[in-house]
Design a protein around this ligand. Structure first.
Ligand code: ZN
Length: 124
């Protein structure tokens, strides 16, 4: 049940039983509902603010251990034509966990690492 549904039920209940209420009960109950909604919205923003964020320099999420992640660029070993192909690996500098394979771009490595560490771009 969402907030709007709760408010509709509340309005219905108040209308149906209006003769049983005393004084400012109706106003008070609406105020309480509004306060609850404000509290829930505030709490959701606080929770969002506490979520780990990608590092400002590297754009990489911290590892689950709390360590900093790093992307390493190396020459691609099978670059027989020697045209400067690179591979990118990504892992944690503290616990050394990382992807077994490699990526063909820095952005791809970053996207996969961040996805694995639970980062979701905000769609707002
Ligand atoms: Zn780690």
């Amino acid at each position: 049940m969402d907030y709007d549904e709760i408010m509709r039920n509340l309005e219905y209940t108040i209308k149906e039983h209006k003769d049983k209420f005393v004084g400012t009960f109706e106003t008070n109950i609406y105020d309480m509902a509004r306060d609850c909604k404000r509290y829930i919205e505030w709490q959701q923003k606080e929770i969002e603010a506490l979520k780990p964020q990608p590092d400002m320099e590297t754009g990489l999420m911290p590892c689950g251990c709390g360590g900093k992640a790093r992307i390493e660029e190396s020459p691609f070993a099978d670059d027989v034509d020697n045209i400067g192909l690179k591979i990118y690996t990504v892992g944690c500098t503290d616990c050394t966990i990382g992807f077994e394979g490699y990526f063909t771009s820095n952005e791809d490595a970053q996207e996969h690492w961040n996805g694995a560490m639970g980062w979701k771009e905000s769609k707002l």
